[in-house]
Design a protein around this ligand. Structure first.
Ligand code: NAP
Length: 517
C-alpha cells in the first residue's frame, strides 16, 4: 500500500508514524495512507514564499495564465486515471466524477483564457485616480498588488480535484505560491494531480506544495501577511477562525462552508416550472450522492402544489439504482467513507424525528453493493407542513442524498423561509413569470451568494443549480461562511492587497510601468 508523500521545499517527503488510511468506500479495501507528522511546516512556507513567490512575480499575468493552460493540458492527458481514482477512493459514478475532474480542468482553462487577456505586468489598478487637491496637483490611485505571503488552501473531501483547482487557478494567476492541504479521506486524487504537474515541470520551484494529513503547526507557522482559503464544515471553520494566528495576527481567511440551499417553485400554476424543479431536485439529490455544498436541501412550493411535487419527486427517485460505481447498472455511487455514512444516517434520524417521510429509499431503492460494508445510502425525501415552527429543516445540512419539501402560503412567506437558512450558497427559482423572477432575484440576493433563475427558455442551456461556474461568484453570507470565490477576475482580489497610492498625477501615471517585482 502506498504512502502519499508530501511535496515541500521542492522534495517529496513522507511523514513519521502510522498515518491515516484511505479506503475504498464500497469494498472497504485499503488504498493508501497520508502522514504529515514531523514535517517542518515553517520551512515549507518559507521556501514557498521566497522561491515560489519571487519566481511567480517575475512573470506577467499573461505569462502565468500560460502556465495554467499547460497544467490543464497535463490534467486532460491524465483524465482517465483521475476518473479511476475518483471511483476507487470517492465511490463516484462516472458522471459524478466529471463534476470534480472536468470541473477542475474547466476552471483552470477558464482562468488561463481570462488571464491571457490581461496586459498588466505586476499590479492591477482599481479605477481612475481621484483628485485630492485643487488643480489635481495631488491625487489618489488605488492599486492591487499580489500578496507576497503564502496561500494555504485547505479543502473538503467531496471535491479533491475541483476544490484544488478552483482555488489554485486564481492564486497562481495572481502570482501567489500555494500550499495545498486536501482532506485526508480523498487526498489521493489531489496528490496524483499535483505529482503529474510537478513531473511536467511547468511551475517554478516552490510555486506549489502539498501537505497530506494533519501536521503540527499548519496554522501556527503562518505569518500576518499569509492567507488561508478554507472549504469544509462550518464547525471546522469556526475552530480555525479562533486560532490565535488567524485571530490576533489578522491572517486573511476565506471560508466556504456548509449551507442549507433551497429551490423555490414560483406561485404560478405552471406545470413546466414544476417539471423543471422536479428534474433539478432529483439531479441535486443524486449527483455525488448529494455530497455537494451547493446541493438543494430545502424545496419550497406553493401549499397547493405540495402533494403533486412530493409524488413527482418520489416517482423519479424510485428509478435510481445505488451501489458500486463499477457496476454499469448503478446510477448513484457511494458516500466517500463509512464515517460519512454514519453521519448521514444520524442526520436522517434527526430529520425523521421532525418530518414526514415522503420517499423512503430504505424501502424502495435497489442497492447493488454489500450494505454491511459499503458506504451506500439510498435517497430520502422528507416533508414538513409546518416550516415556520420546524427549525431543524432550516438548520441541519445532511450531507448526502437528502432533501425536505415544505409548503409556503404566499411568495413573501417563501422568501422568509429561504432566509431561515441564515446565509446560503445558492437558491434556485422555477417560474415562467419574468417579472416574478426578477423580483425573486432581488429578494434572495441578500442572503444567497448565487441566485439561479430557471424557465423553459433556459432549460436546456442552464448550467445547473449545484454546478459552480468560474464566471459566477461562489460563496455565501453567514452560515455559508461569508466567503467569496471565483466570479471571474473578482477572485484575484483575495490574492492581492489593496493600497491607495497618494502622490502627484505624473508619478501615479507611472505605477503600471514599473518593471520591478
Ligand atoms: P471538514 O471536516 O470541516 O474538513 C475540511 C478540511 O479541514 C479538511 O481538509 C480537514 O482535514 C481540515 N481540517 C479539519 N480540522 C482541522 C484542523 N483542526 N486544522 C487544520 N485542518 C483541519 O469538512 P469535510 O468533512 O471535509 O467536508 C464536508 C463539508 O464541507 C460539508 O459541510 C460541506 O457543506 C462543506 N463544503 C463546502 C463547500 C463550499 O464551497 N462552500 C464545498 C465543499 C464542501 P482532514 O481531512 O485531514 O481532517
Amino acid at each position: 500500500m502506498k504512502t502519499l508523500a508530501n511535496y515541500t521545499q521542492g522534495q517529496w517527503q513522507e511523514g513519521h508514524g502510522t498515518g491515516t488510511l484511505l479506503l475504498d468506500p464500497v469494498l472497504g479495501t485499503e488504498l493508501a495512507s497520508v502522514n504529515a507528522q514531523g514535517l517542518d511546516v515553517a520551512a515549507a512556507y518559507d521556501w514557498a514564499r521566497t522561491h515560489g513567490g519571487q519566481a511567480l512575480r517575475q512573470l506577467s499575468y499573461a505569462e502565468r495564465a500560460a502556465l495554467l493552460a499547460k497544467i490543464a493540458q497535463v490534467l486532460q492527458a491524465n483524465r482517465n486515471k483521475s476518473f479511476d481514482i475518483s471511483q476507487q477512493n470517492s465511490g463516484t459514478a462516472q458522471n459524478d466524477g466529471a463534476v470534480d475532474v472536468d470541473g477542475g480542468i474547466y476552471t483552470l482553462s477558464y482562468y488561463a483564457k481570462l488571464g491571457s487577456k490581461l496586459t498588466e505586468r505586476n499590479l492591477r489598478t482599481d479605477g481612475q485616480s481621484d483628485s485630492l487637491a485643487r488643480d489635481n496637483v495631488f491625487a489618489s490611485q488605488h492599486i492591487y498588488v499580489p500578496v507576497q505571503g503564502v496561500a494555504l488552501l485547505i479543502n473538503a473531501f467531496n471535491f479533491p480535484s475541483w476544490g484544488l483547482w478552483e482555488k489554485a487557478a486564481p492564486a497562481l494567476l495572481s502570482g501567489v505560491p500555494i500550499v495545498v492541504k486536501p482532506a485526508s479521506a480523498t487526498a489521493w486524487l489531489t496528490h496524483e494531480m499535483i505529482k503529474d504537474v510537478v513531473q511536467a515541470n511547468i511551475l517554478p520551484v516552490g510555486a506549489i506544495s502539498l501537505i497530506c494529513g494533519r501536521p503540527d503547526g499548519l496554522l501556527d507557522a503562518l505569518n500576518s501577511l499569509d492567507i488561508v482559503s478554507f472549504t469544509g464544515s462550518a464547525d471546522t471553520a469556526a475552530d480555525l477562525r479562533r486560532h490565535p494566528n488567524i485571530l490576533r495576527e489578522g491572517v486573511r481567511f476565506n471560508a466556504e462552508t456548509d449551507s442549507v440551499n433551497c429551490a423555490i417553485l414560483g406561485s404560478d400554476d405552471d406545470t413546466t416550472a414544476t417539471d423543471l424543479l422536479v428534474r433539478e431536485v432529483v439531479r441535486e439529490l443524486t449527483v455525488k450522492s448529494g455530497q455537494k455544498c451547493t446541493a438543494i436541501r430545502r424545496i419550497l412550493v406553493p401549499a397547493s402544489r405540495y402533494d403533486a411535487v412530493a409524488q413527482a419527486l418520489a416517482a423519479k427517485l424510485k428509478t435510481i439504482t445505488v451501489g458500486d460505481p463499477r457496476n454499469p447498472e448503478v446510477r448513484m455511487g457511494s458516500l466517500v467513507s463509512r464515517q460519512q455514512y454514519e453521519d448521514i444516517i444520524q442526520g436522517m434520524e434527526k430529520l425523521s424525528a421532525h418530518c414526514d417521510i415522503l420517499f423512503d429509499g430504505r424501502q424502495e431503492t435497489k442497492i447493488l453493493a454489500d450494505t454491511a460494508t459499503a458506504a451506500c445510502v439510498a435517497p430520502m425525501l422528507f416533508g414538513t407542513r409546518e416550516p415556520d415552527t420546524n427549525s431543524v429543516v432550516h438548520h441541519i445540512e445532511v450531507f448526502g442524498p437528502v432533501a425536505t419539501l415544505m409548503p409556503y402560503r404566499d411568495i413573501e412567506h417563501a422568501f422568509a423561509l429561504a432566509r431561515r437558512g441564515m446565509g446560503s450558497l445558492v437558491a434556485s427559482v422555477y417560474s415562467e413569470d419574468p417579472q416574478f423572477m426578477a423580483h425573486a432575484a432581488m429578494r434572495l440576493a441578500e442572503s444567497h451568494g448565487r441566485v439561479h433563475l430557471i424557465n423553459s427558455a433556459v432549460a436546456k442551456a442552464q448550467t445547473g443549480h449545484g454546478n459552480v461556474m468560474p464566471q459566477s461568484n461562489h460563496g455565501g453570507p453567514g452560515r455559508a461562511g461569508g466567503g467569496e470565490e471565483l466570479g471571474g477576475l473578482r477572485a484575484l482580489k483575495f490574492y492581492h492587497r489593496l493600497s491607495a497610492i497618494q502622490g502627484s498625477p505624473d508619478i501615479l501615471a507611472r505605477l503600471s510601468e514599473n518593471p520591478g517585482q
